[in-house]
Design a protein. Structure first.
Length: 117
């Protein structure tokens, strides 16, 4: 089992910044990737960004390109999402995702991000 603890959400004005963190613990010896998804009210959960644990390649949704940066600290088993230029449409619950080899997925409890106009 893998446990994920997220932090860093909150309320920010449009144009502001937030940094989300997600720390993984437990059976993390086979990490393939970690990433972030989000779910806005009345919408399905959508992909935001992912980083490969070996090599550090990153993948961003079109909505995140140029504004969000995903990074990792392998030693701390932690992934970060730096969000700049936030817009009201970024308001959502952000979920951390852990993917192990064999396509095993784990999810965090979610952290609320609210962007006011």
């Amino acid at each position: 089992q893998v446990q994920l603890v997220e932090s860093g959400g909150g309320l920010v004005q449009a144009g502001g910044s937030l940094r989300l963190s997600c720390a993984a613990s437990g059976r993390t010896f086979s990490t393939l990737a970690m990433g972030w998804y989000r779910q806005a009210p009345g919408k399905e959960r959508e992909f935001v960004a992912r980083i490969m644990w070996s090599g550090g390649s990153t993948y961003n949704a079109d909505s995140a390109k140029g504004r969000f940066t995903i990074s990792r600290d392998n030693a701390k088993n932690t992934v970060y999402l730096q969000m700049n230029g936030l817009k009201p449409e970024d308001t959502a619950i952000y979920y951390c995702n852990y993917r192990g080899y064999g396509a095993t997925d784990y999810w965090g409890q979610g952290t609320q991000v609210t962007v006011s106009s």
